[in-house]
Design a protein around this ligand. Sequence first.
Ligand SMILES: [Zn+2]
Length: 253
Amino acid sequence: MYYKNLQDFLSGTGHVINGKWYPRVTSIINIKAKPALLRFYGEAKSFNAAQEITNNSATEGTKVHNAIEAILKNEEPEKDPETLAAVKAFNDFSQLHAVKIDGGAVEKQIWSPKHGFAGTIDILGEVDGEFGVLDIKTSSGIWRDYNLQTAAYFGALLEDEPWGEVVKKEVRGRWILRIDQQRVCQLCGAKKRTKGGNIRVRGGVSSCYHEWSDLIGEWEFKKLENFESDYEAFLAAKRLWEWENEEWLKQIK
Ligand SMILES: [Zn+2]
């Protein structure tokens, strides 16, 4: 990554909490190579086109996050045709798994004074009776990077920090809930996923002229195990990230 100056680096990769700057968990994890991302950039019309798709898709992801978080806070989610199917998928998921914010929080900022990183947990709450970290994803799969991200949050929560009123319960679990929406061809079963304006058709018959359904939501839920190993890997990634950025980090007083 290119940064113009120290200020650009600091605001681009972290934020200040209680007067101290911490790098963001998501910035740190970016040090890890992502082969799927290379492919995506390679297939895009141009670098700028790929960036635009990424930005649009982040906006769509935020809308889905907001809708789900509103439901968990017992608020009415915004009626948006773009998130209707995702909201339905979340409600379907809720029929099978109990998610409660009891004693937790939504969009909870956490940090690790011990290891020096900060992040924001989507949902800190109870899932099927166990308290912990639930991260919502709108990706097309559950990627291994999420193990690192949630391990960082979990590790910070284990530290003896005054987290305020919210974390008085013992953190036990880490989960990923992936919510996605796509259209299905009524004739050949192909699936069409539109993300950030980018259209991808998978499966089905290529000669079919496709009759697409309305958006259909889907969900995938995974409990992550092996925290110790994931946290060790995250801290190793953090060390590599620090090495990569040592010229900037040296300038912080
Ligand atoms: Zn078709």
